[in-house]
Design a protein around this ligand. Structure first.
Ligand code: CDT
Length: 315
């Protein structure tokens, strides 16, 4: 049986603060229809795809904050996406802000779901690596309050048998961490789906802005190659409420090469025909985990969180 999977990254241009979810969903449905016309069976949308990137604003009003969250998935506003998936036979990955009522309390996660071509949820992921800060920082040109608004995910990095392959998910900042890919790599992942919201301008770090795109692709290409997996990455792009978002959506082969890339900062479908068996030669040779990994030497990775430098030699 062929294991070719035509996939697409459904990049979204800016979503303004006052844009309705209904309108964003309409834009996504347009991309799903284009994906169908190109023979794709899966479309990957960005992180928090239903709204502006609200973590750039400090909010104290809980009702205002809740207005960006989904208390169920699907819900009235996102149901048309699920209906369209079923109608077209085109699945999707959707990043969204999740409001959960668990352990007797309100919990907020930065989440994604994978939906198959029957409109059924195959799996859910909750973002593990949470960037930014908790308190308002008056010295910062732009706030990044994900740590305030979301708990770190509690589901780990599960993979799912779907689309005739082994699919995994992560979200934005997760893509910069090798652990993200390796935990899924150890479960035989064949395609990792990632949505992201990355500011195009680095206002905090002292580095040239062009490095933003370089690091975006560098980390994902390395993760793909070192685990012999496809990576399908979907960005938010363009000037959103006065802030430039990076774009740069792409599809990366298990050899680490970008095989398709966005050329605008707007709604744009980036597609490729992916052989899910392509990663096998990498998994069987250079990154044959069973043959070459030495986990007995990797203890520090899970035992220790931050850097512990060796003591200075006393003279
Ligand atoms: N949304 C998100 O995770 N953005 C991060 C910003 C990191 S810098 C605070 C990213 O990796 O793009």
């Amino acid at each position: 049986m062929s294991r070719m999977l035509n996939v697409a990254a459904g990049q979204l241009g800016p979503i303004t603060r006052n844009e309705s979810r209904a309108n964003v969903v309409k834009r996504m449905i347009e991309l799903m229809r284009e994906a169908k016309a190109r023979g794709c069976r899966l479309v990957v949308f960005p992180e928090m795809a239903l709204s502006t990137f609200f973590a750039r604003w400090y909010m104290e009003d809980e009702n205002e904050l809740d207005s960006y969250f989904e208390a169920s998935m699907p819900n009235k506003e996102t149901q048309p996406l699920f209906d369209e998936a079923k109608r077209l036979g085109v699945g999707f990955y959707l990043g969204y802000a999740e409001l959960a009522f668990e352990e007797g309390r309100k919990r907020r996660f930065n989440s994604s779901v994978l939906v198959d071509g029957r409109g059924q949820i195959v799996g859910k992921y909750r973002k593990v690596h949470m960037p930014g800060h908790i308190e308002y920082k008056p010295d910062r040109a732009v706030q990044h309050l994900e740590k305030r608004y979301f708990e770190p995910g509690d589901l780990g990095f599960p993979v799912f048998r779907s689309f005739e392959g082994i699919m995994g998910m992560c979200l934005c900042f997760d893509r910069r961490w090798p652990e993200t890919y390796r935990v899924m790599g150890l479960q035989g992942v064949e395609m990792i789906l990632v949505g992201y919201n990355t500011p195009a301008v680095n206002r905090e770090a002292q580095e040239p802005n062009h490095l933003k795109m370089f690091h975006n692709h560098l980390t994902m290409q390395a993760g793909a190659y070192q685990n012999g997996t496809w990576v399908v990455a979907s960005a938010k792009g363009g000037r959103e409420d006065g802030f430039d978002m990076l774009g740069g959506s792409c599809i990366i082969s298990p050899a680490g090469e970008i095989v398709a890339k966005s050329y605008t900062l707007e709604d744009e479908l980036v597609s490729a025909s992916c052989d899910l068996d392509l990663g096998k030669y990498i998994k069987d040779t250079i990154f044959n985990f069973n043959e070459y990994r030495q986990p007995e030497h990797y203890g520090l990775i899970v035992e220790q969180k931050g850097v512990v430098e060796p003591p200075h030699k006393s003279s």
